[in-house]
Design a protein around this ligand. Structure first.
Ligand code: AMP
Length: 138
């Protein structure tokens, strides 16, 4: 099975589905995870038809990694987080649920657990305010 161009992140890239956008350039896009595991949970995706890390073009991966670093720095500052976790899942056996390559950026605080993966929809006003807060630090 090849890349499914109707997946939700492909729709977000094409502007066919809404997103709380944080950052965008020619190669990549960052937006808030709508079912966050922690406050500030942000996703970075390449603007390319890649299902996961194993099949993405190396140059596009490089550009996307630079966006991950840029946005992770901004998330760290915006949430005054002592730690930042980057997660990236490949294949349903690894827990991947959206089959367009993405990196999770999650602020972490010692002793503060994170919520279950992709379970509870966050309040949209909160997500918009978090996106604005992160943009201020870019
Ligand atoms: P993964 O399980 O690594 O494939 O992660 C997919 C992530 O996408 C989960 O954390 C979901 O909460 C998140 N997600 C699913 N749909 C959307 C959406 N429309 N906008 C933003 N995040 C989403």
């Amino acid at each position: 099975m090849g890349y499914d161009t109707e997946n939700i992140f492909a729709k977000i890239i094409r502007g066919e589905a809404p997103a709380f956008k944080v950052y965008e350039d020619d190669y990549s896009l960052a937006f808030m995870d709508v079912m966050p595991q922690v406050d500030g949970h942000t996703l970075v995706i390449p603007k390319d038809n890649a299902e996961n890390l194993l099949d993405v073009d190396a140059e596009i991966l490089g550009a996307t990694a630079q966006t991950v670093q840029k946005v992770a720095r901004a998330v760290k500052e915006a949430f005054a987080a002592p730690g930042i976790m980057i997660a990236q899942l490949n294949g349903s056996a690894a827990g991947q649920t959206v089959f367009h390559l993405h990196f999770h950026i999650m602020p972490r605080f010692a002793g503060l657990e994170f919520k279950m993966h992709a379970r509870e929809m966050e309040d949209f006003a909160k997500l918009e305010s978090y996106a604005a807060k992160i943009r201020e630090h870019l």
